[in-house]
Design a protein around this ligand. Structure first.
Ligand SMILES: [Fe+2]
Length: 185
């Protein structure tokens, strides 16, 4: 592992070590909406809209009421203004519940690499549903020059913690990202 990815992996270990279902702060309330703002319209950065469907482990059955916790850095790579690595209490986050068709969506900005590093820009996901498996992973972006050939290879492996997504052009300069989620068994 080279220095470029070390920070990212350290961050992932922290996330993965927290069982989604055991930490109420990382589970959306029962009545949470299926759509929300990770970053308000006033947040500096390139606007993104992310949407998708949560499926059961069969990859076909949509899961309503699944909890979707998403969080990320700001455009400068900081989880908190006073703590770049404060990913336990990120400023930019949302707690959502999928709708009757398993859908969720959120508005945000494109995150920055951690300050002074070449760690790829990423959006963390922690997804869980009652009576189903969970899923912890992160979106990385096709357009990010810090996504190396090695990361692309890892993202292509089944069950990878990386989901490599392309930002598609949308209306008014907003980038569109589609991210479906298949829960583990
Ligand atoms: Fe992170």
């Amino acid at each position: 592992m080279n220095w470029k990815t070390r920070g990212l992996v350290a961050c992932l270990v922290v996330s993965a070590s927290l069982a989604v279902a055991r930490d109420p702060s990382r589970l959306a309330p029962e009545g949470a909406p299926s759509t929300g703002d990770v970053a308000s319209a006033a947040e500096p950065g390139d606007r993104l809209e992310v949407k998708g469907v949560v499926y059961a482990a069969d990859g076909r059955t949509p899961v309503p009421k699944a909890s979707v916790y998403v969080y990320q850095t700001d455009a400068k790579g900081y989880y908190r203004p006073d703590d770049a690595m404060g990913n336990r209490n990120p400023r930019l986050m949302a707690l959502l519940r999928t709708d009757v068709a398993g859908r969720y969506s959120f508005r945000t900005i494109r995150p920055g690499s951690y300050p002074g590093t070449r760690v790829p820009q990423h959006i963390h996901y922690e997804v869980a549903a009652t009576g189903q498996g969970s899923r912890i992973f992160e979106i990385i972006f096709e357009q990010d020059p810090n996504v190396t050939a090695e990361l692309r290879k890892q993202a292509a492996e089944p069950g990878s913690i990386y989901s490599l997504r392309r930002i598609e052009p949308g209306a008014s300069g907003v980038g569109l990202v589609t991210q479906d989620v298949v829960l583990e068994r």
